[in-house]
Structure formats: structure tokens, C-alpha cells
Design a protein around this ligand. Sequence first.
Ligand code: IVH
Length: 718
Amino acid sequence: MSRAAKFKAALAVDELTERQARAEHKRLSDEIALHDKLYYEKDAPEISDADYDRLRQRLKAIEDRFPQFVDMFSPTQRVGTTPTTAFAKVRHARPMLSLDNAFTDEELQGFFDRVRRGLERETDLKPDEEIAFNCEPKIDGLSISLRYEDGEFIVGATRGDGTTGEDVTANLRTVEDIPHRLKGKAPRVVDVRGEVYMERQAFEEMNRRQEAAGEKTFANPRNAAAGSLRQLDASITATRPLRFFAYAWGEAEPRSWKTHSEYLKVLRSWGFRVNPLSHLCRTPEEVRAFYRKMSAERPSLPYDIDGVVYKVDRIDWQDQLGFVSRAPRWAIAHKFPAEQARTRLNGILIQVGRTGALTPVADLEPVNVGGVMVARATLHNADEIERLDVRAGDMVIVQRAGDVIPQVLGYVPEQRPKGAHKYHFPTHCPCPLKTRVQSEEGGVVRRCSGGLECPFQQVERLRHFVSRNCFDIDGLGGTHIENFFNDGLLKVPGDIFRLHEKEREIKKREGWGEISVRNLLAAIEARRTISLDRFINAIGIPLIGEATAKILAQEYGDGDAWLDEMLAAARERKKAPDAVKKEKAAVEVGPSYGRLCNVEQIGVTTADAMCAFFNEGHNVEIIRDLRRQLTVEGVARRAIAADAPLRDKTVVFTGELSTMTRDEAKARAEELGAKVTDSVSKKTSLVVVGENAGSKARKATELGIQTMTEDEWVKLSS
Ligand code: IVH
């Protein structure tokens, strides 16, 4: 068997021995169960529907050949869980718009001025005539559109890109605040719009339930509402405490209301909840008073709001003002500033990241910042501490905005304790190796130089390996990795896949029972097959994150090809270590290095960091160890028809195209069987030259490669 085939591990079903088939049946069943869970419960599918279908087909083929394997637990015997394709798309009858934001009083005044000027221009508004605004809390949830025809709820959709959303009708039917039928006299058609959200308390209770059941928890009520609404199984949505406030409309025929405030009354008469805090303000002063009132009430509201929304009340005036890009000129969101609080800085801790970077962290006396307890805040780096001049014992101001990590803004000079010492960044790493701290990148980042030997970095690398976007191993999060590492159960990533050999030992540990150990080992087993991009991301190569890992997986296709190429590039670079430009990399360093440098988003700096990584024997050993235990699934390459017109051809597009985007041109070339690359080399078959093309067009001529204009390309490709 070739190495590539082994990497993909896909023997034809009729070649399997019974023993192999049994193992494969188990592996596939576990994998399908995992993907079912990701799809139905976590709202986070990781494989395409086509790939999922392939898993099921293979399982079915095995069961057809070995019927003795079929039992009630087989995914083929479970009815009603076969995923439908994700949500259907719904085109909104009227686009769902967004709102412009105002953060400061000047920005708000600008809005009032624009509205007045606009109305004076478009209508006969008098200079002293009042413009009434309807003011509403801006709920931090997600907006949806509900279509009612002759009073009957027909279809409900998420906002999506504003033009097209997702059909979540079945889920919305489970939300109590959404009437299935409008009360009273209903128009022929109306899209009622508003916000689906979750109350804070209900959110916390739900998270506690989820946690107790070993299920995913959510970071905040907004994410929880979004995740709950996008369930493929409406019976799950039904168990989630979703609420709905109505506040807008899309298509409405006929329309009986002339002002926004009238519409809110109509909504109530139809049976909707309308935010009781909504209020009609007649002057900018009243609007400002409303903002102050909401700011003060915000902490005691049962739900999160991130500002207030002001809407010109008269609809004829709204129509006169119209829209600019995707936001109405007649409305604005007046956002609240980030939440702040004061607390004591107990000290400054140093965290060691997986690449050795040292990050100072403020150790705070726990404080409630806008409903969330904060005990730690990042101080970024030594320069930031210097700039803030915060000292242990200081009273500091902490800020939290949305999901971002809390920050320290500064200290309160009057409350600085006598004798507070200026902070000195440690000269030695707090890790057991106590290495001398190295400065790099212009002195901003400081690093532990212990590298692979540093136990702090090793733990962080393991943490990264099991994290959500990598191997996503449930049950190894939090402090488990660190504890396992300290007790010698884990040293390198490959040890995770040998943990089953230590089942007895784990069971003896405090807090680990029969079930939790079984769940952990099952979670690990389910990850013995992993996609190439996750594998690359998990290894923790410097500068390679999730997005670049995906690009690399696309470029190299399968695990063996990728690893061979990385090792080759690293060897080439070792032999030719001088500075090099991306365009010359292939010639001056070598073909594998050149290819790597030319991968989208890579370039020489990243390629060099990767080469340094692959020139480190220990890193390669970690990968080899993993490969012995895992099946790394490559990226399915498109099957190219034998008669595809550009089969085996390499095409380069250069210069500006006028009738299509670069991506469209690329997609069309690929449809025709071509490989599209960014740089011109001897291997290039065709260069399509747009306007203002430069060196690539010249190089093509020099190398005698066929070129064509955009017009010629259009003719050829259509
Ligand atoms: S009106 C054409 N009213 O804010 C106006 N939006 O930043 C459409 N939102 O996507 C929106 N509370 O999700 C409006 N009372 C309220 C709102 C509100 C929350 C959200 C909504 C929208 C976003 C715009």
C-alpha cells in the first residue's frame, strides 16, 4: 500500500477481512455519531453533507456484506436523525437593513442635523417644526423576519446577508412569543420583524443544564439565542428559553399605520410583545433623556442591550429620507460605551504561551463589570505596562466590551498606595527552566527561550492541540491537560491517543469516574480520523492558524504530500539560508520552498518559520508519532473529466479583469479542468492578461508561454 493510501485508509469494502470490517464498522459508527452530534446539537457541523453521506454509504456497504454487525445502535437503524441538508434559503421580500451607529454626542447631533436638513429639502418642514423619534432599547439578540399571509404564520427566516436568510420556520414555531395566527384584522401579507433573544437568567440556567449534561455551553445570551435558533431539530429549540420582541416590518400590504408608534400598537393588537420601554420623544432633548434613562436601567434589565435605537416616527418622512447603502437615513443606533468598573490590582502575573511569548496579566480583586465577574485582564506586553504605569496595589479601571477580553485602562492616582513600586518586567521566565527572557519584534514581545523543553509551553501546546478548532476533544479542557501533564500521563500530543492504555490509572484519579473516563476515551477515539486542516492547525506551527491551515490543506491535498513537501522545503532552506524574495524562491532555494512561499497568505516570513519548525527533529517526531495513530483525511480533489478542455493545464490570471472578478475567472478555469496558480513559471500553460498587467505578463512572453486577452479568455471559456 502506498503511504498516501495508508494515510487515507480507505480499503474497498469487498477487500476487507471480517476483523477489519468490524473495526471499520465501529470506527464509522462512532464517527457518524460524532457528526450527528455536531450537526444536531452543537450547530457546528464539520464535514460537508456529501462527506457525511459517504460515511453512511460505506457503513451501509459493510453491513450489506456483514449483516451480523447490524444492531440497534448502528446509525443505519436510527430513524429520524438523518440530517436534511442545512436550512433552505429564503429571499426577503424587502431587504433586512442594518443601522448606522452613533457613539458620541457629536455623532448623535450629526444624525439629528442630517434628518432635519433632509426633511427641509424633501418636504415643507418648517425650521421650528418638531420631528418626533420613537426610541427603543437595542436588544442584543438576532433579527428575524416572520411572514404572515392572511394572518397565518407562513415562513420565518434569519437576517442572513440582509437579502437572503435561512428558513428557520419550524424552530420559530416553538417560540411562545411568536403567534401562529395574528389576532384581529390582519393584512393580506405582512413581514413582522424583530429580535429573538434570551433573558440573562434563563441563559445562565440553560448553561448550567448544558454543562451538567456534558453539552456545549455558550459565551453569552446572544450566542445562545443564535445557536438555539439554528438547531436542525426543532424539538431542541423548543427546550431553549427564546423570547421575541417585534419592532419593524418588511413587506406590508395593505398598511394601515402612518407612524412607527402606531405600528407598535398594531403589533400589540396582533398578539406580539413590543418592548414596553419603547417611547415616543418629541425633541432631541427628550431623546437624550431617554438614552440616560436606559443607561441607568441597563444593569437591572432582564436582557442585554447594547444601545438604544431612534427612528423618525412619521413613515412618510422615513420614505422621504430613504436609505444610504444598507442603512436607513431615518434611524440610528446610539451605542452604550463599554462597561467599566474600578477594582484593586493585586499583582501582575506572567503567562507563557505555546510559542513562549510572555503575556502580562492583571490579577484583579474580582469585580462585576456590566453583569460579568472579572478577575483577570490582559496587560498585553511590557510596553503597555510602561505606558499605563500600573503598579501592584493600585486601584485600576477595568473595561469590558461585548465579547472582548477585559482590559485595564489606567489607575486612579488619588488612590495609589504609598510606596507602590514601578513594575519591572521579569528578566527570567517564570517557567521551571527559568530561562533568560528574550526580546524580539522590536522589543514588544518577550519570550521564554526554553522552546521545546519548557514545560509551560508544552502544556500550552497540548491545550491548543485539543482545543475546539483543532482536535476538539471534549473532556480534556480546563485544567485536565495540565494535571495529566504534571502527573506524567501526557507529554506529547501522541500520548493522548495512548491514554486508553492508562484507563485504570485515570479512573483512580479524583473526579474521574467510570462514565467520565469512558466518555473521555470515546471522545479521543472519535478523533482518530481528522481532517488535514485541523491536523495542521493542531500541530501548532508558528504563524499558522486556522485559516492558513485550511489553505495549506487545499494546496497540498493529502497528509503525506503535505508532510513530504514541508520536509523538502525545510531541507532546501537549510542548504540555502540567505535572504530571498518570494518570486525568486523556487530558483534560489528550491521547488518545494518556492511552492510554499507562493501559497496564498504564506510568503517568505511564514515559510521560514515553517522551515525552522520542520528542521527541528523533535517536531517531526511528534508528527510521525501522530501519523502512526491517526487517519488524516485529505481534501477531496475535484474529479476532472477526461475530456475537460483545460485538463492538465496551469493557468495564471494577471492584471485587472473588467467583465468578471478574479475569483470568478479562477472558478471558471477550474471548472474547465485547469489548475490556477499565482506565479508564472515554465510549467504555466496559459497566462490571461488583463489591464495594467506587469511582470507576470512580461515573464510569460520571455518564457514563450501562450498569453491571451480577457476577451479571448471569455470566448474560450464560455
Ligand atoms: S430596527 C431598518 N430596532 O440592531 C431598521 N433594530 O444594528 C432595522 N436591533 O439588525 C432595525 N433592537 O438586530 C431595530 N429596536 C430595534 C432593535 C434593532 C435590536 C438590532 C437588529 C438589527 C441591528 C442593527
